[in-house]
Design a protein around this ligand. Structure first.
Ligand code: ADP
Length: 425
């Protein structure tokens, strides 16, 4: 900070009168015109000196004002809430960030007790804190919940400096840090972790139950088969019909369990595939044979377009067949009588592409991606299923370094495209 020049009027006047005395003393020896000229010249010089001093004073004042404004701006526009209160917590001065935090216009903040922003139930404790703060030696800190005039309560941590030599009496200088966003993030992270943990526990339980159910179900199927084969003697016609129903219900339930188990494995990243060179035409033909009875029952045309000779994929043969069966049986499921289902195999660069196309009900464009989420069923279907097939199929495609995508025109039909890498020989 620059200093104002020292102007001492008394010294100035003293210097002046001594000069006037001097002129008087000399007035006997020198002609009066000369004396007058000298006096006039000295007066002019003195006047000029005064003018210069006054100018310096003005400049010093301006510098002082600029400096003051700079500090005010520093206070006013600090990016954190900063304010001064008396020892009872009544606000004396507050910056813009305080005003923004509390949702109160700056001019209305002055004179407001800070306690009026503390939730009623916490005011008693806050006042006790204030006593402790005001008695502290230099700085104190406190965690507070403040209720702005509008909006949600804010969690702040305050650092308070105490000044006992302010002109207006002891003063508390508050610096606040709004911890609300950090707390919010922490709470969200904790909630996410809890949800993940609960999800994991649920998955674990379901996986165990599915696994435990699988063994007895398999033996139900096995014994039904033995009865049907007449190992213990021939069944009459009605018995055979009933035992066949038991066997079919069992096989349906087992398939569902297999899907569930696959899904849980995929979720835990345990979906294992054994990659080898798989002749694609064979895998597709075998899948087609599996689905043929369903297609025939619905009088659908099911055909495979001729595939390129000797095309092999680097894939897991059994899993590849599983995905194609799933796509084909979906196509049959969602195509009404008289429609057509078609499989097409092609080489595309370093990929093998298997496409299953149907003339069925189709899928709304905005639901195409949802199909691949577990337990999603877009069209209410009277067919059995839980909505896991496509989720698992996509996971399997990925595990084989490939992909599975859907394309559809609602009311006209759908195309599912499975890609896996071609085998390199
Ligand atoms: P699920 O067949 O057990 O319902 P999926 O995961 O195989 O389970 O299929 C999920 C949903 O996707 C089906 O319920 C159906 O709404 C839709 N979908 C699948 N394939 C087709 C298709 N070819 N045509 C129309 N909708 C389909």
């Amino acid at each position: 900070m620059s200093h104002a020049p020292h102007w001492e009027p008394h010294a100035e006047i003293a210097a002046w009168s001594s000069r006037v005395d001097e002129v008087r003393r000399r007035s006997d020896e020198v002609p009066s015109e000369t004396l007058l000229a000298v006096a006039f010249e000295e007066l002019t010089v003195a006047e000029e000196e005064l003018r210069v001093q006054e100018q310096q004073l003005v400049e010093a004042n301006e510098a002082l004002a600029t400096e003051r404004n700079r500090y005010l701006a520093l206070f006013e526009h600090a990016p954190v809430p900063y304010f001064l209160t008396d020892p009872a917590g009544v606000i004396r001065q507050a910056n813009a960030a305080t005003s923004a935090l509390l949702h109160v216009a700056p001019k209305h903040l002055k004179g407001k007790p800070l306690a009026s922003f503390v939730p009623a139930a916490e005011r008693g404790a806050f006042r006790r804190e204030l006593l402790r703060i005001a008695a502290a030696d230099d700085t104190a800190s406190v965690e507070l919940r403040l209720k702005p005039r509008r909006g949600e309560p804010r969690f702040v941590s305050a650092t308070i400096g105490i000044s006992r030599d302010a002109a207006a009496g002891p003063e508390l200088r508050w610096l606040l840090v709004d911890e609300t966003p950090r707390r919010q993030r922490e709470r969200e992270a904790a909630a996410r972790a809890a949800a993940e943990e609960s999800d994991r526990a649920k998955t674990e339980l379901l996986a165990t139950v599915s696994h435990e159910l699988r063994t007895p179900l398999t033996s139900v199927g096995g014994y039904a088969g033995i009865l049907l084969m007449g190992v213990h003697g021939p069944l009459n016609e009605r018995q055979a019909v009933d035992v066949d129903r038991i066997r079919r219900a069992q096989s349906h339930a087992s398939r569902l369990l297999d899907d569930l188990l696959d899904y849980f494995r995929a979720k835990r990243g345990h979906l294992e595939v054994e990659l080898a060179a798989v002749p694609v035409a064979d895998a597709v033909a075998s899948a087609q044979a599996m689905v043929r009875p369903l297609a025939d029952a619905k009088r659908l045309t099911l055909r495979a377009l001729p595939a390129p000779q000797g095309l092999t994929a680097r894939a897991d043969g059994e899993r590849l067949r599983q995905v194609v069966i799933n796509l084909l049986s979906n196509a049959v499921k969602f195509t009404s009588e008289g429609g057509a289902v078609e499989v097409r195999v092609a080489a595309d660069g370093s990929d093998v592409v298997i496409q299953v196309r149907d003339t069925g009900i189709g899928i709304p464009a905005d639901r195409l991606e949802d199909l691949f989420k577990p337990f999603v069923r877009v069209a209410a279907s009277d067919q059995p299923g839980v909505g896991l097939g496509l989720a698992i199929s996509r996971e399997l495609a990925r595990a084989m370094n490939g992909s599975l995508a859907a394309d559809s025109v609602q009311g006209e039909g759908s195309t599912f495209t499975l890609r896996v890498p071609a085998a390199r020989d």
